[in-house]
Design a protein around this ligand. Structure first.
Ligand SMILES: [Zn+2]
Length: 170
């Protein structure tokens, strides 16, 4: 998928810069493969997991705005058996076939536009403020303003954890 995205978007991958941004639609080893092929990673802030539970990804050229979504072709498993007729089982057939099948037989693609603001997602790298309630640092413009106060999402009520101790600092 990553290599095919490079062909479709005419980008040389794996990238050394941050031009390509990738949304993967599940977590797991699939993401590691996409990371190796594209050079996009969570660490570089060029990859984001949109957890839809799908082995699919959208690749965005941040310079041109062009975006393609790629997912496994509905027939890819059936086709795999034609490419590896001597394989002892279906798993082995897929393993061998997926390495030699043309991308167009293996994958489906379409052009897409993003429904989320990629610029806001990337935001201001290095931006940092302190939450006026908990005092913790908030990066990349993830803070919100409530009644004139800068708050982290946690203190603004959109957190994902709740303290269960008495509130003493660890
Ligand atoms: Zn806070």
């Amino acid at each position: 998928m990553g290599q095919y995205a490079g062909n479709l978007l005419c980008l040389e991958l794996p990238q050394q810069d941050k031009r390509l941004y990738t949304f993967v639609e599940t977590d797991g080893c699939f993401v590691d493969g996409v990371t190796v092929a594209t050079g996009c990673s969570v660490g570089h802030r060029t990859l984001r997991v949109m957890d839809l539970g799908k082995v699919a990804a959208t690749f965005v050229d941040t310079q041109t705005g062009k975006a393609v979504r790629i997912w496994p072709h509905a027939q890819c498993r059936a086709r795999a058996e034609r490419y590896a007729p001597a394989a002892p089982n279906r798993w082995r057939a897929q393993l061998e076939a997926y390495q030699v099948m043309p991308a167009e037989e293996l994958l489906s693609t379409c052009h897409v536009e993003l429904l989320i603001d990629l610029k806001a997602l990337i935001a201001m790298p290095g931006g940092r403020v302190n939450c006026s309630k908990c005092g913790e640092e908030v990066l990349n413009q993830r803070e919100v303003i409530r009644d004139g106060h800068l708050l982290c999402l946690d203190c603004a009520g959109s957190g994902y954890v709740r303290r269960t101790d008495a509130g003493q600092a660890m």
